[in-house]
Design a protein around this ligand. Structure first.
Ligand code: HEC
Ligand code: HEC
Length: 294
């Protein structure tokens, strides 16, 4: 372990303890009133593996962000809207998909999709932002491409270089994104990513969520559009319906992303924008897994 690693790990521990100790007085964006028992368990849990994510209640889950004050976004930085671009920038920006497949698509053969899907960030990097190392590491979405969670340790300039083709000319979105949109996606990558492994297990069950609080949250917000049982909006069709409950069970990572950032080009709200905490999202996901799937 390098000296700086040791140093940052020590800082991380200190940061975590400070956060827990001060959480009632620090004006954290996603402060919750009740601290879930999972926080302390997970803190212990993160000490052994590498250095990735810290599942505290705060929005910014990484080592750098917790230990280095200046890594946190200013209050005027919009790191949420870019989540809609990550989901489906063509839908969100109401632009026609490029005619050809994304140029990097041909470097893989395992994912048989073509056209529009090949341009969606999530198709290559995953709903869990982990690419090959996450849920898209197998199955029909497998491409073998890496995830984007390392973005949090890159500078904004480095991230921009990834987006505009300077880093890899086949990874160039500058012809489709305005400058302001490039900034939104960079802000999302740097400040908006969250490693859901703190709550979502590989078998798609949820740890550390409070279903009864989730029910209150769901009925107070989501039910207005999705119905109390989640069946008011059908994302599938008559024969193969897809409801909130279906997504919660089949693809909790997608659920997490949609709830956090909203659904592209729709009325759906981003719960992060209205001040929900990470714990609130876990709670509503836990409850939503009890809703009907058909
Ligand atoms: C067709 C698949 C594909 C799509 C679509 C795609 N990427 Fe990538 N992305 C890649 C590949 C492959 C790499 C690694 C390329 C390399 O190493 O040169 C990469 C690298 C990156 C990196 C650098 C990651 C790192 O840790 O080095 C970031 C950040 C990134 N992509 C973000 C995005 C965003 C945001 C979008 C959507 C606007 C997007 N990507 C769309 C395939 C894709
Ligand atoms: C203002 C209305 C509105 C509210 C409030 C709302 N949604 Fe949505 N939601 C939508 C619409 C519209 C869609 C897109 C439906 C479609 O594509 O057919 C959607 C889509 C979704 C999807 C993804 C569907 C897919 O295509 O995979 C999920 C998951 C979801 N909502 C969950 C939630 C949750 C959880 C809440 C509460 C935190 C919530 N929504 C609140 C309107 C809303």
């Amino acid at each position: 372990m390098s000296k700086s690693k040791v140093f940052s790990l020590a800082g991380l521990l200190l940061g975590v303890f400070l956060l827990i100790g001060c959480s009632s007085t620090t004006p954290m964006m996603n402060e919750t009133e009740s601290q879930p028992p999972v926080a302390s368990q997970e803190v212990i849990h993160t000490l052994t593996p590498v250095d990735t994510q810290i599942p505290t209640e705060i929005q910014l889950p990484t080592e750098t962000q917790v230990t280095v004050e200046t890594q946190q976004p200013g209050s005027n930085v919009d790191y949420i809207s870019g989540g809609l671009l990550y989901d489906d920038w063509m839908k969100q920006l109401e632009v026609e998909p490029p005619e050809e497949d994304q140029p990097l698509w041909k470097t893989q053969t395992t994912n048989a999709r073509s056209g529009k899907d090949t341009w969606r960030c999530k198709e290559c990097h995953g709903w869990d932002y982990k690419g090959l190392e996450g849920a898209y590491g197998s199955g029909s979405h497998l491409t073998g491409f890496k995830g984007v969670l390392d973005s949090v340790s890159m500078t904004e300039d480095e991230l921009l270089a990834w987006m505009d083709g300077s880093e890899n000319s086949e990874h160039d979105f500058s012809a489709y994104f305005q400058e302001a949109e490039l900034t939104l996606i960079v802000n999302f990558l740097k400040y908006g990513l969250f490693d859901t492994a703190a709550y979502i297990n590989a078998d798609k069950t949820i740890s550390g969520g409070d279903s009864s609080n989730g029910k209150v949250l769901y009925n107070g917000l989501c039910a207005a559009c999705h119905g109390e049982d989640g069946r008011m909006l059908n994302f599938g069709d008559e024969d193969e319906p897809e409801f909130v409950g279906t997504i919660a069970i089949d693809n909790p990572w997608e659920f997490w992303h949609k709830a956090s950032f909203g659904h592209p080009d729709s009325q759906m709200v981003s719960v992060l924008k209205i001040g929900w905490s990470i714990q609130d999202i876990a709670d509503v996901l836990t409850y939503s897994q009890t809703l009907p799937t058909e």
